[in-house]
Each structure stands twice: as structure tokens, then as C-alpha cells.
Design a protein around this ligand. Structure first.
Ligand code: UTP
Length: 413
């Protein structure tokens, strides 16, 4: 971008302070910053002006909600053998791939490196990545073949993640079946919408949420590998649920048999107000809705058997049909404006790491993808066997609670 054009764009968006920083740089620095500015999606940055939406306003934006019944554990158990056979067949035919979403920053856990490097062992080393690969190996041992694993990282953690996999020899998984790709980055702004900088020659950029993973697969070229291998289904999962089953043949088989074009693992809600996204129907299509987007009446409504009508929450383990993902590739997803603690450099060039939120980041969320699909199998799993997310060091969804659940499931730590 030419210098006068750069100035014009920054002025137009009220970001002259970035041009002031630019002017102080050498040629290499100028080039780097100009490229970052060129990549900014200004329509997203402008959203920081409209974040004062209350929960009621969010709720009003929702369409007509209706319950979506789940394939419950009792039903799954009755048909387990059949589903498993269908799933294993698909895996053996190379039709199933897995996508590990590991581009997040794990700020709540407070460890600087990739979350998957976190050691949850007590008497020996047990890394989160290692646990996940172990879970996948349970399936591939049974299937007698490997499942391609695509790992999404970000500019912030890609080098450390790939080096760790190398160092640990891919935890026993064949290297040829693992491909890394980087997600897109998005700028951060202060509460007045002014772009933050994280270094003299760099905007403060952070991963753009977990919802852009398929777009990132496409633009990085990794999608070509998916297509070349003939993968028809992708199982998306989060890095932090150390108990989750990956490419679970029963889930895969049940989804294929259902005729749905996507599937979501869900758990029964612990109580009506549990802070978990609920899978339901919105205007006749599958959708994930947060508890604060629902009215009290909807949250508490019950079926004839006494069960909550909106009873199943998602655990970030989805199956998507690849041809459908390609169809929705160009569709816009909602951008979430999230208050975060954003490290930045002050006017003296000192790096400040704030203790409290000081601005907004912009994120796409994978849960919004569900609504782009015409059907989704809601597939119930037992929380204590499949859901041990590590978000915090202690308390709810923590290293402590995950350790307890792992031990309950016979995993040595
Ligand atoms: P979370 O929403 O828990 O975010 O991610 P996080 O970044 O890991 O942790 P906090 O909120 O900063 O404490 C859920 C899943 O989505 C992935 C994470 O790596 C995790 O597997 N994710 C999140 C990405 O891959 N990219 C992102 O930009 C954000």
C-alpha cells in the first residue's frame, strides 16, 4: 500500500495514531505494519461501536426457538453395534478426518504456550496433546488404520506447537497423517475503537476465534489434502477436553445413519441455568443458543415426561460433511465482540499487560456454524465419560476437575 493511501485509510477510520507510529519505523518495519493494515477488515473493527447490546436485545434477535430432540444414551446403547460398524467402515474407507482446534490462547489457564503443551500429570508427564492423541489411537487401533488429523494453530503458537509434536515424536501418531495450518488473525481495539499495537512495528493481532477453521483450511491449502484423501466427514474438537472421543465410530455411524449433514455431541444439562450453549431449532434449522438468549419461560419449559425441553448442551465436538462445508464457505458468520485483557505498548513503547479487560477482540465461533447446516444430529454422551474441559487452573472446568475425571476413567496421571 502506498504511503498516502495508508494515511488516507487510517484517517478515514480514525486510526491516525497508527500512522504516527508508522512514520517512526525503518523500511522493514513500515512494510510489516502496512501489510497488517492492508489486511484489516474494517467492517469488523467498526463493530466495536455497537457492542452495548444487552442480553434482551440479543434474545430479540433470535428467531423462533423450538426444542430439538436428542438421540439419547439409552437409544444409542440399543444400536451401538450397528452404529459402530457403520462408523468403522467409513473410517476404514478413509472418509473421516479430525480437526483439532488449537489456535486459542488459553488466557484463563494463564500459561503462555500452547494449551496442548500443558502437563496435567501428577506422577509422570501427561501433556494435553498426548492425551488427545491417545484417545484417537484408541479408535485407530480398533479400525486398523489412521485418521488424518488437521491441527489448527495461530501465528502466536504455531512454531511452539509444531516443535512440540516433533520433540515428542507425534506421541506415537504417524507424522504423515498430521497436518498443521494457521488460522486468521484479527486486530484488537480499546474501548473507543482505537487499534492497539503490541510492538513498535506491529498491531495487536490475535486469533480470530474458532469459527473460521474451515475458511483457514481452504486458504492455507490444507483442504486440498482433505479432498485428495477422499475425506467426507470432519470431526472438529477442542484442545481442552481431555476426555473426548475423537473420530468416535459410534458417533460417526449414528450421524451417517441419521441422514443428517452434521452432528453434535451434547450432554444433559446439570440445571436449567447451566452456562452451556443449547442445541435446538431456530426457525426450523439447528442452532446453538446461550442461556442468556432464552426467556425464562423457554429455559424452564418441560416435556410431558418432566425433562427440560432445552436439555442438551454442546461440548465442542462436531461432525460436518465436507461437501456441505464447501457450500457454506462463502457465507458470512456473525462476529462476536468480546471484552478481553489485551497486552499493548504505551506511548513510551513499554509493553503493558493489563489486569482487567481493556478492550475488544473480534471472534468467529464454531457454534454459529451449526445454523448454516440444514440438519444436525444431537447425540447425547455421558458427561463424566466424555467431558473434562480444562479452562482454568482450579475450580470449575479446571486442571483439578479434569484430573479427577481422568482418574475416574482409569487414566494414570
Ligand atoms: P476457548 O473459547 O476456551 O478459548 O476455546 P481459549 O483461547 O482456548 O481460552 P481462553 O478463553 O483464552 O481462556 C475453545 C477451543 O477453541 C480453540 C481453542 O484452542 C480451544 O480448543 N480456539 C479458540 C481456536 O482454535 N482459535 C481461537 O481463536 C480461539
Amino acid at each position: 500500500m502506498m504511503e498516502n493511501e495508508l494515511f488516507r485509510v487510517l484517517k478515514e477510520h480514525g486510526q491516525e495514531h497508527i500512522f504516527e507510529a508508522y512514520e517512526k519505523l525503518d523500511e522493514a518495519g513500515k512494510e510489516k505494519l502496512a501489510v497488517q493494515v492492508e489486511r484489516i477488515d474494517w467492517s469488523i473493527v467498526a463493530m466495536s461501536n455497537h457492542v452495548m447490546e444487552s442480553n434482551e436485545e440479543l434474545a430479540q434477535k433470535r428467531g423462533k426457538l423450538e426444542p430439538l430432540s436428542a438421540l439419547e444414551v439409552s437409544e444409542i446403547e440399543k444400536n451401538r453395534a450397528g452404529y459402530e460398524e457403520t462408523g468403522l467402515e467409513a473410517i476404514k474407507a478413509g472418509k473421516v478426518g479430525a480437526v483439532l482446534l488449537a489456535g486459542g490462547q488459553g488466557t484463563r489457564l494463564g500459561s503462555d504456550g500452547p494449551k496442548g503443551k500443558y502437563n496435567i500429570g501428577l506422577t509422570k508427564d501427561v501433556y494435553i496433546f498426548e492425551r488427545l492423541i491417545r484417545n484417537l489411537l484408541d479408535v485407530t487401533d480398533k479400525a486398523g488404520c489412521f485418521v488424518p488429523l488437521y491441527v489448527m494453530t495461530s501465528d502466536k503458537n504455531n512454531d511452539e506447537t509444531t516443535a512440540f509434536f516433533e520433540e515428542k515424536n507425534y506421541f506415537g501418531y504417524p507424522k504423515d497423517f498430521v497436518k498443521f495450518f494457521k488460522q486468521e488473525m484479527a486486530p484488537s481495539v480499546d474501548f473507543n475503537g482505537k487499534l492497539y499495537m503490541e510492538a513498535a512495528d506491529s498491531l495487536s493481532l490475535s486469533p480470530n476465534g474458532n469459527g473460521g477453521w474451515f475458511y483457514s483450511m481452504a486458504v492455507t491449502g490444507v483442504l486440498k489434502d482433505v479432498k485428495a484423501r477422499g475425506v467426507e466427514w470432519l470431526n472438529i474438537f477442542a484442545v481442552d477436553n481431555v476426555l473426548q472421543r475423537i473420530a468416535d465410530p459410534v458417533f460417526v455411524g449414528a450421524t451417517i445413519d441419521s441422514g443428517c449433514v452434521s452432528g453434535a455431541k451434547v450432554v444433559r444439562k446439570a440445571d436449567p441455568m447451566e452456562k452451556i450453549g443449547v442445541l435446538c431449532l431456530e426457525d426450523g434449522r439447528p442452532s446453538i443458543v446461550e442461556y442468556y438468549e432464552m426467556t425464562e419461560e423457554i429455559i424452564n419449559s418441560r416435556e410431558a415426561n418432566g425433562d427440560l425441553s432445552y436439555n442438551f448442551g454442546v461440548i465442542l465436538n462436531y461432525l460436518f460433511r465436507v461437501d456441505k462445508l464447501e457450500e457454506i464457505l462463502s457465507q458470512k458468520m456473525p462476529v462476536h465482540v468480546v471484552e478481553k485483557k489485551i497486552p499493548y505498548i504505551d506511548e513510551n513503547g513499554a509493553l503493558i499487560k493489563p489486569e482487567t479487560p481493556n478492550g475488544y477482540k473480534f471472534e468467529l465461533l464454531v457454534l454459529d456454524m451449526i445454523h448454516l447446516f440444514e440438519s444436525c444430529l444431537s447425540y447425547e454422551v455421558v458427561r463424566d465419560y466424555e467431558f473434562a474441559p480444562i479452562k482454568n487452573k482450579t475450580g470449575v472446568d479446571s486442571v483439578e476437575s479434569a484430573r479427577m475425571l481422568l482418574q475416574k476413567n482409569g487414566v494414570e496421571l
